[in-house]
Design a protein around this ligand. Sequence first.
Ligand code: SAH
Length: 293
Amino acid sequence: MVQYPVIGIAYGCRYYMPPLKQLLSFTLLPHHHPHPHQLSFSSCFHLPKNLNRLLTGNSLFSRMERYWAGNGINKNKAMVEHLEHYGVIKSKKVAEVMETIDRALFVPDGTPPYVDSPMAIGYNATISAPHMHATCLQLLEENLQPGMHALDVGSGTGYLTACFALMVGPQGRAVGVEHIPELLTSSIKNIEKSAAAALLKEGSLSVHVGDGREGWPVFAPYDAIHVGAAAPEIPQPLIDQLKPGGRMVIPVGNIFQDLKVVEKNLDGSVSVRSETSVRYVPLTSRDAQLRGY
Ligand code: SAH
């Protein structure tokens, strides 16, 4: 019998998401779906909420996590292969880029880098889960061709900005905007250790302190915009800075959030669709984010 992974919500940033994919792939039957070949674990599986709670942190789960951690899943390449195996990574290009940018260089010391979960990076922020990074790279792939311009709003650790930079190459431009200066400083150190270091040095990759809700007009218009934090609504400056033919991926909502795919058509009109349910930290002011931190 074919067995598929199971997931409820695709986790970007905020809450701990245990690697239930592995655990449940051989404990539960596949969720019914008319097109099994198109299954992606970020959008097609629905784990009953109570079961999710029941399994999170219980002893079986802990044992399974140790099992996976001890069997090579804690390697960047293995993580990428795992995401390919479950159909989250669909293209060779995205796999190559995620293999080239080692996630371990972007997580704080002592944090397991390859577990498919968001991880705290300080300042009430998190690095998104690998499956969310992969999902967003897949959604934006066509708009991350060599020479194109990409904007990463809420660039945090710099992981995705570095991936964008490799995809658009030295003739393109990858721009990160982050409103916590300390995170920006550490993102530069992370990128400097990574395969994107040369692009940062020569300037096709840059990261800036700023309010990402305003975008980064200097290098606009953008073929691709990624927003790594959930906005109550899509900020108009980001729509304005999207090139005709461009695509933006942005989580929208408060408690219930959807990952929206925004396309600017060649005539300038804009269409929006929902890709999947997600959980991200809010796209907000610096003060609001640091409240209580
Ligand atoms: N995509 C990044 C970080 C995701 S967490 C990664 O995976 O590493 C969301 C990030 O958005 C945090 O770093 C947070 O500080 C930042 N953020 C939230 N509101 C913002 C705003 N208005 N402008 C810029 N950055 C913002």
